[in-house]
Design a binder for this molecule. Structure first.
Ligand code: FE
Length: 195
């Protein structure tokens, strides 16, 4: 034994686990395919669409901040990765408050909407440090905030996921919704970038 596991060995193990779960009546092949399909359909572009709509439509922005899941429905988007959709809370940045997301316990993330999280989000260093010294961590990401700006760190739980609504950048008055969406990055939706 070398301790080396090829991808095919892992695939065999995963399939064995799936068959045990299916055999125990806990899930089905169709349900597993559905979950994987939902995860793969998630993309930061979905979050960017939501943000751009909120920037151009103040009434949508209000609905988004009150009940994000219902607002996603309006755009044909969802948080679903299985039978029970996760609750999404959208937190809006302002001139006085900047929001940033973390899961200190593990790596919870709105996968159904945004796709897989970046590897740094799952790192021990980010998870432990952003809570203690958010300003320093954000500066390392290249985001230097004014001293007067309050930084609010949202620790995600298994039941509820968050997404940041960045501030609309200046000089974008003439842009349409699609052009605005193209400005929004995954880091902006997590809060480690301004947009
Ligand atoms: Fe987690």
């Amino acid at each position: 034994m070398t301790g080396h596991h090829s991808n095919s060995e892992i695939a065999v193990r995963v399939r064995r686990l799936e068959e045990r779960l299916i055999g125990a009546g806990l899930t089905s092949d169709d349900q597993l395919d559905g979950i994987i399909g939902q995860i793969l359909s998630g993309s930061p572009a979905n979050g960017a669409r939501v943000v751009a709509r909120a920037w151009v439509d103040p009434a949508f922005r209000e609905r988004l901040l009150v009940d994000a899941n219902r607002a996603l429905d309006e755009l044909g988007l969802s948080m679903s990765t299985g039978p029970q959709p996760q609750r999404l809370t959208v937190v809006a940045n302002s001139a006085t408050t900047h929001n940033v997301l973390v899961c200190t316990l593990c790596s919870c993330y709105p996968i159904g909407l945004l796709g897989p999280s970046p590897s740094w989000y799952k790192s021990e260093a980010y998870r432990s440090r952003v809570v203690r010294e958010p300003r320093a961590v954000l500066a390392e990401f290249g985001l230097v905030l004014p001293e007067a700006t309050e930084i609010v760190v949202h620790d995600t739980s298994a039941e509820s996921r968050h997404m940041v609504l960045p501030m609309r950048p200046g000089g974008t008055a003439g842009l349409g919704e699609a052009e605005l969406a193209a400005l929004v990055t995954r880091e902006g939706l997590i809060g480690t970038a301004a947009v």
